[in-house]
Design a binder for this molecule. Structure first.
Ligand code: ZN
Length: 135
């Protein structure tokens, strides 16, 4: 059994997963008013335009909120930190996982940066602490 369920892209988020396949975090930007929209939807909620472009996110952000997810199976025994990241791009939040940080060290507002991890052939955008550990 794979460690993650692979995404099933559809017409609205295929560009997102194409970007992930090329180590890019792409956001949908309204061609009418420039508003960024994530998760992507067919119509801009601000100006109702159906036309979009994409913009590459910087990959920098801060933890807005988080939980520790525990799975009851041996195949997935390690708890994982699920974070809601406020991306540097205004108004965009992304659900992901925080890697390399102990649950006791996670704080709201901590700086994080994007990385891409390959789980049994499925690449997912993930985050790590943007602050280097003190030596
Ligand atoms: Zn718009």
């Amino acid at each position: 059994m794979p460690s993650v369920i692979p995404p099933v892209p559809d017409g609205d988020d295929e560009f997102f997963w194409d970007g992930v396949a090329h180590d890019q975090l792409l956001l949908r930007s309204c061609a009418g008013c420039g508003r960024l929209q994530h998760p992507p939807s067919p119509m801009c909620p601000a100006c109702h335009s159906l036309k979009w472009t994409t913009r590459q996110a910087s990959g920098r952000g801060t933890v807005y909120s988080w939980i520790v997810s525990h799975h009851p199976t041996e195949a997935d025994a390690l708890p994982r930190i699920v974070v809601l990241v406020d991306l540097e791009e205004e108004g965009v939040r992304l659900v992901s996982n925080l890697l390399g940080v102990a649950p006791s060290d996670v704080r709201n507002g901590m700086a994080v940066e994007l990385c891409f991890e390959n789980y049994d052939g499925t690449v997912l955008p993930q985050f790590r602490s943007a602050v280097s550990p003190r030596s």
